[in-house]
Design a protein around this ligand. Structure first.
Ligand code: FAD
Length: 828
């Protein structure tokens, strides 16, 4: 009778054991598990902490006694396998109850030891009593007990992966204020940045304080204070570290198994390791991906279960192979579902793969006329010209994972984008549309491959419009006026055929709309009339998602959905009965639908009358506030109820406060003056440059939106010190005569052959005044916009590549449009 020994009793281990028994009644199966529990629901642990799963027993899918009996398996819990000897075909086991060690022989050995959360040696971590990681039931108990006993008010989750985000949500839903700290520029690594931006906004809309591009430097006060890499400090009553996992490979090392670069056990498609009769499955292994057959690893439950079945089959004589990973995943983030499969674009870029195209679509989950249809934001990546499917990402609140699953199945079946058009998918209005979002991806991708439509990406459009490119927005006037891409011109789709004289035929034309569909129709009209026309992929919605920026008080204002916050003074009683109130129910509308409705309603009412709107879009709370400020309307109230319905009351502008029958104090209203500052930096003198940045940072710190427009000599401030750019003779001579960057600038008076400049720098340092370099960095961090004058650059032969990062190149129109909103305008 052959003896199969299994190490690890959860996802991979328990599954392989059960399948082995179903296929082979005679084999002796011994399963070692270091912990007290087997076959528990790791994936459910965050939801038990968040009280979504109420009963702890629900997490324990099998007990040792039940499974031993049901499957006739010798399960030894609290038994750690401490080494493997392939020569003698035995493992050494330590009984953690008795501390006794013994050898156990095997004919076949299966390793499914999983992966361990990383707990780095950060300063102060040893003394902290409030820092946790989450992998198993005992970890869960510790966190849950800590919460029950200490009632934390603020928690810090370090790491924006799946577990980090699930913990952020569950702690938040428990009424704890959560700060989520992530070292990189985005959370959720499987997503590309613009898709992750949707989640960033949603977390912030739900009150999570998201801190990106920052890591934990050290812990202070026994873990109660966290010092971040940038020096900032945050308070934490409870900290959860979820910065990734590392494979448990100590047994593999003891057995001399071949490991991958990141320490995973290498296996082939038969799940065989480098030593005979030793197999490995689950989080600890490295195998191939399904798309390019590159070596990769993945810590997810579905592959572990699949590998377990394949291996059990093989060991029992059934031909089966593990074909590889796709990385299909799904997660819940408050009200959103986030799902992806295959490659993302950033990985393709890292691998140097360029023969691909991406598309962004925003279809509805089901027929728009059926209640509760929700938008799904999708990104789809395919190879050109073959049409091979490389990956997809989707975010939304309904029908998200269903679409990703279809695409995952299509990749396995080696379907191309053309095949996606032909998929016959289940349809009825509550579930889908007759053209399912997956069919639509097939249509769009095939149009691109066949040259029926050209697209550009939203991250390319600003550069195009700044350089005079023509972007036409074909949405309706009201939609356009609510918000639009700077530099775009509005010609609604229905008017395009009658306004062809406004569109130059000798220039490239770019079209956009809300999600790309109307613009696609527009491109077809113009293309057939001989225009060179390109559609902006994903439209304004994708543009807005990509450029989402956390608003100052976003997470503050929506932390609690319980309390109703009003914008007006609590003592102030607004008597709405004396005003005509137009009610809008925008709960079924997606952004910017609710604002468009408000806009239209305000057009139809008298000054001083009110619009009351309700919506499910949590971001509306901030959007309506800044929109009212921009348009000069008064936002009298904005609140969120416990069902996360946002209500706003807006008064049409023009009415004096006394008009509104409520109060005579203007302080109580939310209308803010347009507070912008613009400065033309003409001079390239060090002292004047310093003065410019001191004023700019000062103005920015007062909440002003600041634009610095660098022209002529001022452009030298923005030059990098060493960069080689191709220039003609005249440009090269000119370039050599001018100072290159901040370190080469001189003061305007008393320079004394450079002595004066050195002295002023010395004095500034002595007096702890920031250097010009630091002032510039600070200004950029504070959102000060640097615009380099395109005309002066041209005249002086300065190229964009010579300038420091994050400088926009713009014409005088850019400056003037910012200056129009300014109440501070300086020329230096
Ligand atoms: P595990 O299930 O971790 O099992 C390994 C077991 O081996 C452990 O119990 C360990 O104690 C034992 N062991 C290790 N070394 C030894 C030894 N030397 N001797 C004896 N026993 C040993 N995946 C998803 O796909 N979706 C999700 O939503 C999801 N959510 C998750 C949430 C959390 C909180 C966690 C921790 C994981 C989640 N995962 C999720 C990941 C998923 O649980 C893992 O991918 C999966 O469990 C891996 O299976 P495995 O058998 O390789 O390892």
């Amino acid at each position: 009778m052959r003896k199969i020994v299994i190490v690890g009793g959860v996802a991979g281990g328990a599954t392989v054991a059960a399948r082995l028994r179903r296929l082979d009644e005679k084999a002796e199966i011994v399963l070692f598990e270091r912990g007290e529990y087997i076959s528990f629901a790791n994936c459910g642990l965050p939801y038990y902490i968040g009280d979504v799963i109420k009963d702890r027993e629900e997490l324990l899918l099998q007990t040792v006694a039940e499974m031993s009996k049901k499957f006739k398996i010798d399960i030894r819990d609290l038994s750690e396998v401490i080494s493997v000897n392939p020569d003698s075909s035995e493992v050494i086991v330590k009984n953690l109850r008795t501390k006794e060690e013994y050898a156990e022989k095997y004919d076949e050995l299966i390793l499914s030891p999983g992966a361990n959360p990383i707990r780095p040696k950060i300063d102060g971590i040893e003394n902290a009593k409030n820092i946790f990681t989450l992998r198993n039931v005992p970890d869960t108990d510790k966190i849950k007990n800590y919460i029950d006993e200490n009632k934390p008010k603020e928690a810090v989750v370090v790491g924006g992966g799946f577990i980090g985000i699930e913990m952020a949500e569950n702690l938040s839903e428990n009424g704890i204020k959560v700060h989520l700290v992530e070292m990189s520029s985005q959370i959720m690594a499987p997503l590309d940045f613009e898709m992750a931006q949707i989640i960033h906004k949603h977390l912030e809309d739900n009150g999570v304080n998201l801190i990106l591009n920052n890591g934990v430097k050290s812990f202070k006060d026994n873990g109660k204070t966290i010092v971040l890499e940038n020096g900032e400090e945050i308070k934490s009553d409870l900290t959860v570290l979820s910065i990734g996992v590392k494979p448990e490979n100590s047994l593999a090392l003891s057995a001399g198994l071949e490991l991958g670069d990141r320490g995973h056990i290498k296996v082939n498609e038969n799940l065989e390791t480098s030593k005979p009769h030793i197999y490995a499955i689950g989080d600890a292994i490295e195998t191939k991906d399904l798309i390019f057959s590159r070596e990769t690893s993945l810590a997810l439950a579905s592959p572990a279960n699949r590998q377990a079945r394949v291996l059990a089959d093989r060991l029992c004589g059934i031909e089966n192979k593990y074909k590889g990973f796709l990385g299909t995943s799904v997660a819940k983030v408050f009200d959103l579902t986030v799902s992806s499969t295959g490659y993302n674009e950033k990985t393709l870029k890292k691998l140097g793969i360029t023969n691909y195209k991406t598309i962004h679509t925003h279809p509805l989950s089901n027929a728009g006329y059926y209640p509760d249809a929700e938008t799904i934001d999708m990104k789809f990546i395919f190879e050109v010209p073959s049409g091979k499917i490389l990956g997809a990402q989707a975010v939304g609140s309904k029908g998200v994972e269903k679409r990703i699953d279809i695409i995952a199945a299509s990749i396995l079946g080696k379907l191309t984008v053309r095949d996606l058009q032909d998929l016959e998918l289940a349809y009825a209005p509550p579930f889908s549309s007759a053209k399912d979002p997956v069919n639509m991806l097939g249509y769009v991708a095939t149009n691109i491959i066949d040259g029926i439509v050209k697209t550009i990406r939203v991250d390319e459009i600003n550069e195009i419009t700044k350089n005079g490119g023509i972007l036409i927005d074909v949405r309706e006037k009201e939609e356009f006026e609510v918000e639009n891409i700077e530099g775009s011109k509005n010609i609604p789709l229905a008017e395009i055929r009658n306004r062809l004289n406004e569109i130059p035929k000798d220039k490239k034309i770019y079209l956009t709309c809300q999600v790309g569909i109307r613009a696609y129709n527009g491109t077809r009209i113009l293309k057939q009339l001989g225009f060179d026309v390109t559609n902006l992929d994903g439209g304004f919605r994708s543009y807005k998602q990509l450029y989402y920026k956390k608003s100052k008080n976003n997470c503050e204002s929506i932390c609690s959905t319980e309390k109703n916050e009003t914008m007006n003074n609590p003592q102030e009683k607004i008597d709405l009965t004396n005003r005509k109130v137009t009610q809008i129910d925008a709960r079924s509308l997606q952004c910017p639908g609710p604002i468009v409705k408000v806009y239209k309603a305000l057009e139809e009412i008298e000054k001083g009358d009110l619009v009351e709107v309700i919506t499910k879009d949590l971001g509306f709370k901030n959007d309506i506030s800044s929109w009212c400020n921009r348009m000069g309307h008064k936002l009298l109230e904005v609140s969120t109820d416990k069902n996360k319905i946002v209500k706003a009351v807006i008064q049409k502008s023009g009415a004096s406060i006394s008009d509104s029958n409520n109060t005579n104090s203007q302080n109580n209203l939310t209308v803010e003056k347009k507070e912008e500052a613009t400065m033309v930096v003409f001079s390239g003198d060090l002292d004047k440059a310093i003065a410019s940045f001191i004023i700019a940072t000062g103005a920015a710190s007062m909440g002003k939106k600041v634009t610095l427009f660098f022209t002529f000599w001022g452009l030298n401030i923005l030059r990098k010190e060493s960069v080689n750019v191709k220039k003609n003779l005249l440009e090269t001579m000119f370039s050599k005569m001018m100072p290159k960057g901040v370190n080469k600038l001189k003061i305007s008076k008393m320079n004394m052959g450079g002595m004066g400049t050195k002295m002023i720098k010395y004095i500034m340092k002595e007096k702890n005044v920031d250097s010009l370099q630091e002032l510039m960095e600070r200004a950029q961090e504070m959102g000060v916009k640097f615009v380099a004058c395109s005309m002066s650059m041209d005249v002086m032969g300065i190229k964009k590549e010579e300038l420091i990062d994050n400088v926009e190149v713009g014409g005088v129109a850019t400056y003037l449009s910012d200056a129009e909103n300014s109440n501070l305008n300086l020329f230096i």
